[in-house]
Write a new protein. Structure first.
Length: 308
């Protein structure tokens, strides 16, 4: 693919985009770029003041709505009050490496926010989505594994890095299974994923002490690129002509930085059995289900496909 820049984002006039975590970092850059190209961009953010401050810096049509992915009642409220069609849903928000904390429902915070919150949001909004769902992953999926016996770190000693890796592997398994389900339902909506490489954003500002932390931070600052560069894979996955289940990331330094290109994902991120199993577990944990009828089942599609 030719090198993709902000100038290559197509005109977005008439399209509605919902972006989670759009008040800082990659989400903010993505929101700004799409608003500039004419989209109506809804910043779905936990902190209304920060969202409004970010929106004030953007040209074009922006709105700010409250969404706390770590609280499923907030997710349901957001989805319930969002009745209009959505062209692009961008599952961007994420947090990395906090101390052990729990969501309102008691989920481990990274798994609950990065995966389960977006899982519930996507399923609740999907009947209104017209074009694609983009989920922002991470290179950290490479170190991830899904422990079905202890998804929420209740039995094991909590370790922030493996917990983050699990949440980001879950993102890609979600993209894989969502693509499979959309295809089976005969939907024209596609599910894609992107990762930013290593970008200098708020996620990188985690506090830590000790020599190892300082050494890692120094190394990361040498290889990272800007939030602007880090947002390009998301914009490519959101607007370029890519197939369903595409995964886009930077093309240089093993995916750490560079221009958007097809990205490598581990075999475990493409494992259909694991993806289905995680989907089933996520449905139970969030009490949400895939809302579209399967093409192979007999159901009256009237209320499933109706745009309110």
């Amino acid at each position: 693919m030719a090198s993709f820049t902000f100038a290559d984002v197509p005109p977005m006039t008439g399209r509605t985009v919902v972006i989670t975590g759009a008040n800082s970092g990659i989400g903010r850059v993505t929101a700004s770029a799409l608003a500039q190209r004419g989209a109506r961009v809804v910043l779905a953010v936990r902190n209304q003041d920060k969202g409004l401050a970010a929106a004030a810096t953007m040209a074009g049509h922006t709105e700010v709505r409250s969404l706390d992915l770590a609280d499923l009642s907030s997710v349901r409220e957001f989805a319930h009050t969002f009745t209009e069609p959505i062209d692009l849903l961008i599952n961007n928000a994420g947090l990395s490496l906090p101390p052990l904390e729990r969501t309102a429902e008691g989920f481990e915070l990274q798994f609950g926010t990065n995966h389960l919150g977006h899982f519930a949001l996507t399923n609740l909004l999907l009947p209104q989505v017209r074009e694609r769902v983009v989920t922002v992953g991470s290179l950290a999926h490479l170190i991830g594994s899904i422990d079905f016996t202890d998804l929420n770190w209740q039995r094991r000693r909590y370790r922030a890095y493996p917990a983050y890796g699990q949440s980001k592997l879950a993102n890609l398994l979600f993209v894989h299974e969502l693509h499979r389900r959309l295809t089976a339902a005969g939907s024209s909506v596609i599910s894609t994923a992107a990762h930013p490489g290593i970008a200098t954003t708020n996620l990188m500002n985690a506090d830590g002490r000790g020599l190892r932390f300082r050494a890692e931070k120094a190394l990361i600052s040498r290889v990272s690129h800007t939030a602007e560069a880090g947002a390009l894979p998301t914009l490519y996955a959101a607007t370029a002509d890519v197939p369903g289940n595409a995964y886009v990331g930077p093309d240089r330094l093993l995916g750490l930085r560079g221009a958007p290109a097809p990205a490598r994902r581990t075999a475990k991120a493409r494992d259909t059995d694991t993806a289905r199993r995680l989907w089933d577990a996520s449905e139970q944990l969030t009490d949400t289900t895939f809302p579209l009828p399967s093409a192979s089942t007999e159901r009256t599609p009237a209320h499933d496909t109706h745009h309110h």
